[in-house]
Design a protein around this ligand. Structure first.
Ligand code: ACM
Length: 544
């Protein structure tokens, strides 16, 4: 079909298919592929299937082998191949000349075999995720049939829309072990998400091992008590904590990289720093009356903020140096949100710094700190990203802003020609209730959420390009990111219940062309994708 006739067909189908109706062609993949043309017949993946791969796709072939082993009970044979269609084979190859964006792929499934061509290795990987979603779920009886499980014939051309398709997980409030992080990464990969924003430090716990500042984890990783589910003002009286060694962080980075996910670590500066200041009190505003920092055992915004001392800047630089050595990501998140100015107002030392530097208010003092931190990252070839409060008092020169208090901080930043990630609370805060709070809480106190109400359809409805921006400004929007804040997330199970399927809805916005977005069609596909969640024992949130 030439592009003209395809254009006509699209025009006709958009006339005859009422808005919101299910498109007949839709294949049960989330995020929806850019283009999928189903045809007759099927390929059967059985125990004798062969994975053929070019040199570039060796790691992807290994991962596909692992996924198929879970389903078939045996690891398929692997062999080198040039990416041509071969009987009883799944062939993988990279072709950088493919006329698709980075991360794009073409996959042809037919009775004679499966051919996957990625624009790059990420493209090969994303094709595999589509293939796994099209195949029966793990544990399905069809995998045990003599000639294996059938996957219907289809040709898919696919590519991502946005480059930043992220999930933030807050392990500062409740520590989750590495095995849980890896399981989450696998489910992110399943929906072609590619940024894992790891919120590693909080008032209630510091989770990153520093060799230079060991008290950060000896003291800062532990708190005496926590609010139990069901009563946020009470105390459970139980010690809680944990941290990741640098080796474990490197392991997570490598695991994520194989899945084409970048790990962006977050080290909160200057607020949300009670655990750091409790570990090393000299980092705080120790010249104010009643200064007595502890690792916090209640939620909420805390007043402890780092003091603008040269010793503190030395500490920040040392810690970021360790962070940069462990995390290769271009972006390092430095927090910057919710830093109350009360301590700086009271601190003669902080006031003296403001006078010395000619800073007119405490917002400018925060901006002064962030600018110095940006210098530390720039020196190491990295880029600073922070929450939208880093705009207050003046945005540092090359900062990227993550907008969370609505979109305005992102809009203003894009207008200044700087990069933006969109995470407005109204659509991207997955720690909000996804169903009526009364019905959720009726299921048990462990269903408690921080508040708010963010049903699946509202997540799905979000589009991160504000129409008030012109085309040039819209290019500054890197993408979007869902937030799994941790106060009410004590377990992997809760993280997944809150995170999915809302992450799937967000993934479709992040990946699929806007023209492919259709909520009714999404929920139809989700019902099928849910079979994969169920097969893995995952209990996700409401499917509509
Ligand atoms: C935030 O929710 N404080 C970024």
């Amino acid at each position: 079909m030439n592009s003209f006739s395809r254009g006509v067909l699209f025009a006709i189908s958009s006339l005859v298919i009422p808005a919101g109706a299910v498109q007949a062609q839709s294949v049960p993949v989330i995020p929806a592929p850019m283009k999928a043309e189903a045809s007759t017949g099927a390929f059967r993946i059985g125990k004798s299937v062969v994975i053929r791969h070019d040199r570039a796709s060796a790691s992807e072939a290994q991962l596909l082998g692992g996924l198929l082993k879970t389903r078939l009970g045996v690891t398929p044979k692997m062999t080198s191949g040039n990416g041509s269609l071969k009987a009883n084979s799944i062939s993988l190859k990279v072709d950088a000349t493919l006329a698709l964006k980075d991360g794009g792929y073409r996959m042809t499934i037919g009775p004679d075999g499966i051919l996957i061509t990625g624009k790059d290795t990420a493209g090969v990987f994303y094709a595999m995720q589509s293939l796994i979603q099209l195949a029966p779920p793990a544990g399905d009886a069809r995998w045990a049939m003599p000639d294996g499980a059938a996957v219907s014939s289809v040709r898919i051309d696919d590519e991502p829309t946005f480059g930043w398709r992220g999930i933030q997980l807050d392990v500062g409030r409740w520590f989750l072990p590495v095995e849980d992080i890896k399981k989450l990464l696998d489910w992110m990969a399943f929906h072609k998400l590619n940024v894992f924003h790891w919120h590693l430090t909080e008032d209630q716990g510091w989770r990153f091992e520093s060799k230079k500042y060991p008290k950060l984890t000896e003291i800062g990783a532990w708190r005496a008590s926590s609010p139990p589910y069901g009563n946020r003002n009470a105390s459970d009286g139980k010690k809680h904590g944990g941290f990741y060694t640098q080796q474990q962080c490197r392991d997570v980075v490598a695991f994520a990289a194989k899945r084409h996910i970048t790990v962006v670590p977050e080290i909160e500066i200057p607020g949300h720093s009670s655990a750091a200041i409790a570990s090393y009190p000299y980092l705080g505003n120790d010249d104010i009356p009643g200064f007595a920092p502890t690792v916090m055992n209640q939620w909420g915004v805390q007043s402890n903020v780092l003091a603008p001392k040269e010793e503190t800047f030395k500490y920040i630089e040392d810690v970021l140096d360790e962070v940069c050595k462990v995390f290769p990501s271009k972006f390092i998140h430095i927090g910057g949100d919710e830093a109350p100015k009360t301590q700086w107002k009271k601190s003669p030392f902080a006031q003296g710094v403001m006078k010395r530097e000619g800073l007119k208010d405490e917002e400018e003092l925060q901006s002064y700190i962030i600018k110095r931190v940006e210098g530390m990252l720039t020196k190491r070839g990295r880029r600073l990203i922070g929450w939208d409060e880093i705009r207050e008092g003046g945005l540092s020169p090359n900062a990227t802003v993550q907008a969370w208090r609505g979109e305005q901080g992102g809009i203003d930043t894009a207008r200044e020609g700087k990069d933006v990630v969109m995470s407005p609370t109204s659509h991207m805060y997955f720690d909000y209730y996804q169903a009526d709070p009364k019905s959720e809480l009726a299921k048990g106190p462990e269903f408690e959420c921080i508040g708010g109400f963010l049903p699946l359809e509202q997540v799905y409805s979000y589009y991160p390009l504000p129409t008030v921006l012109n085309a040039q400004e819209q290019k500054k929007i890197l993408g979007l990111e869902g937030q799994i804040w941790g106060e009410y997330v004590k377990s992997y199970e809760k993280a997944m219940y809150l995170g999915f399927p809302r992450a799937a809805a967000m993934a479709e916005t992040g990946w699929s062309p806007k023209s492919r977005k259709n909520y009714a069609d999404f929920t139809e596909r989700l019902a099928k994708v849910n079979e994969h969640y169920k097969a893995a024992g995952l209990k996700v949130g409401p499917l509509k």
